[in-house]
Design a protein. Structure first.
Length: 459
């Protein structure tokens, strides 16, 4: 600032000294806090106007005028910004006492720095239940010295999901026989009775888990593969150990219902064990075990062969493992930790994309066991079912085709190929259509729904 000896009159903006406004104008790059009329200048007596608070020369292009107030009013730079910052009526310059300008106000205190980000990780997203509409079912063959129908009952479950009823005996019969030597198996023990091959013969579109190429241990990757099946709305079938058995590969075959976890990352698996009338939940942290860890201590008992759920032929006499265990412990399961076996069912075989989605729900979770192996000789009974077709367009015509054996179902061209036992035409009243059905439990009922067009063959 200029001293009083070198300065003439001092003028300030507004009727009083306003340091806040003065600093605001200085920060904006305008005239500054005040104007200074310097004596001893040009003949006019005015040396010019500049930011007295900083004591710097006027910016280039400012007009030199004989009076500070005239400088304020006439310079285009000042007027341009003054109109924006100080609307009319504008403050006028007024004389102040000679002397230096008062010191500018102290800068505002520096705000404290923001707190550092938290070092702890954010909580994981909540786990959700992802499940398919697959109610529990009871398999044949839970008695002693029988092979078990777990592979057949698993295919029965997924066939219902895609709109067909297959009796367990008919599923096993696709292997070429109906005795214990023809029970359905998985993976290395498949042979004549591999579940994947049987499912394909029953006109299901399946993909098997590549246990031969997958890195070991496979349990985590296999569980994620199963979860992706659920996310796609497709059921899967997989093998498990049982605590009372000792097969090195697997002891039991079960259908997957869903999982609990973040999308595509299962923490728990949901499955039907084909014995309980409720879906079981298995925590993957404790579910995956090797053969040695998935075994309960047992006691010597009978000398006759025990039930071997996953053996085609009963083993030689040995310790009766399942009989020695308490009842609940006989149905404890483990997911093989090293090598896993299973397959995913994409739907009915439909390479040309002609079929509409269909679901079949039946009135009973239990199928009367008329098999020769179990020796129960239960008579077949009528079943009441509801067939639900979805993906329809209102007003369009459709046909529901019923087949009584898988061999009669064509690969494509369903209407022209024929082979159905019955055909029901209907006009869709909405996106879904339901049809009530009654059939015998020992039969096979395979339903397919197709679109009718003007060129479709008549009923």
């Amino acid at each position: 600032p200029a001293s009083s000896a070198a300065a003439g009159r001092l003028f300030a903006l507004a009727d009083r000294w306003d340091p806040v406004q003065a600093r605001a104008t200085a920060d904006a790059g305008l005239l500054g806090e005040a104007c200074l009329w310097e004596t001893g200048g040009p003949p006019s007596g005015c040396g010019g106007c500049w930011a007295a608070g900083g004591g710097v020369a006027p910016p280039p292009g400012w007009e030199r005028v004989p009076a500070c107030e005239a400088c304020f009013e006439r310079t285009h730079v000042y007027r341009h910004y003054l109109d924006k910052l100080l609307p009319a009526p504008r403050p006028r310059c007024r004389p102040l006492e000679d002397g230096p300008l008062p010191p500018p106000p102290p800068p505002p205190p520096t705000p404290p720095p923001p707190p550092p980000p938290p070092t702890t990780l954010p909580p994981p997203p909540p786990e959700e239940r992802h499940a398919l509409a697959m109610p529990p079912r009871l398999m044949w063959g839970w008695g002693r010295r029988v092979s078990g129908y777990c592979g057949s009952a698993s295919i029965q479950s997924v066939a219902l999901y895609y709109g067909s009823w297959l009796t367990q005996d008919a599923v096993r019969g696709e292997t070429g026989g109906h005795d214990g030597a023809h029970q359905l198996l998985l993976g290395a023990e498949g042979g004549c009775c591999d579940s994947v091959a049987v499912a394909r013969r029953l006109r299901l579109n399946v993909t098997a888990w590549d246990h031969a190429s997958a890195l070991q241990p496979q349990a985590a990757a296999f569980a994620a593969w199963l979860a992706r099946s659920v996310d796609a709305g497709e059921p899967s079938v997989f093998g498990v150990y049982m605590a009372g058995e000792d097969n090195p590969h697997l002891d039991h075959i079960v259908p997957l219902v869903g999982y609990v976890g973040v999308l595509g990352r299962p923490a728990k698996l949901l499955y039907n064990d084909l014995h309980s009338n409720s879906t079981l939940v298995a925590d993957l942290a404790t579910f995956a075990k090797d053969r040695a860890r998935c075994r309960r201590p047992t006691l010597p008992c009978c000398s006759s062969p025990s039930a071997a759920v996953h053996r085609r032929v009963a083993p030689p006499p040995r310790r009766c493992l399942r009989r020695a265990l308490p009842w609940k412990q006989r149905f404890e399961y483990c997911l093989p930790a090293s090598v896993d076996y299973g397959y995913r069912v994409h739907g009915n075989h439909d390479p040309a994309g002609e079929l509409l989605p269909a679901r079949l729900v039946v009135s009973a979770w239990y199928e009367p066991d008329y098999s020769r192996e179990d020796g129960k000789h239960e008579p077949p009974t009528p079943l009441v079912g509801t067939l639900a077709v979805s993906g329809l367009a209102k007003g369009e015509r459709y046909a529901i085709l019923r087949y009584t054996s898988a061999s009669a179902v064509p690969a494509s061209g369903f209407l022209r190929a024929g082979g159905w036992a019955a055909r029901t035409d209907f006009v869709a009243e909405g996106e879904t259509h339901e049809q009530r059905l009654v059939f015998m439990s020992n039969s096979s009922q395979l339903f397919r729904c197709v679109v009718l067009s003007d060129s479709s063959p008549a009923h």
